[in-house]
Design a protein around this ligand. Sequence first.
Ligand code: GLU
Length: 282
Amino acid sequence: MAFVTRFAPSPTGPLHLGHAYSAILAHDMAREAGGRFLLRMEDTDLERCRAEYDRLIQQDLVWLGLGWDGPIQRQSGHIATYNTRLEALAGKGLLYPCSCTRSDIRAALAAPQEGVAFNVYPGTCRHRGIETRTASDALRLNLDAALASLAAAELSFAETGPGHFGLHQVDPEQAHRQIGDVVLSRKGEDIVAYFLASAFDDADQGVTHVIRGEDLFDFTPVQVILQHLFGLPTPVYHHHRLIRDDHGKRLAKRDDARAIAKYRAEGATPADIRRMVGLPTP
Ligand code: GLU
């Protein structure tokens, strides 16, 4: 089986040890399988993404010895295509417009953080038909309608990560509790949700194995549902452990103290970084 994986950072801050672990693991698994390792910048959040971080991430990856195959994919260059595909779903009656507040919608759109409960939408605007949509509305998935349209589909994904190894079925009850009517495109802006863009890109880039942090595991069922709605293949998933700080907290972008650039400046070698995150040196 072909093996194509990717590292997909959002350029909203410098790479830290947690990203380095994810990138090294994906790179090494691809190389071991004789496959491809792609780099994708998930830069749809134009307010928070910066070109300087995009450059710094590339420099750090090169320094770590993680060469990627082919050109870098940037989501900001594909927004029109994402929206065209989304419109096709709107035409099938599976989306509805929503005028709920910006802060609710922002919370639902952001890449999830460990320990933060996923914001299940209460369905306030679910009664609205797509024809009532205004320029300032967000678009939400009607999960009930989506699951009904997929009644005959086998909604499952294979997981090879140690924490959840095995085949996982998407359970409709659980999907209602954990996912609900997610926002797929943000209010008044041509920005589609991170997990939708990511599902499109994984399919478009021929990704066969998604290797990413454990914190994204709970997001996988919604991506599987979207893959089926758009007729996209479901890759194999491998969710890996998270690198934590001395207090056991997952590292975040603001943890500049653990930025790879800082270790570099202090004279660390790529082998030191591998040792710090518990990965073998080549
Ligand atoms: N862009 C996401 C992040 O930086 C990763 C998404 C993924 O690997 O599927 O957290």
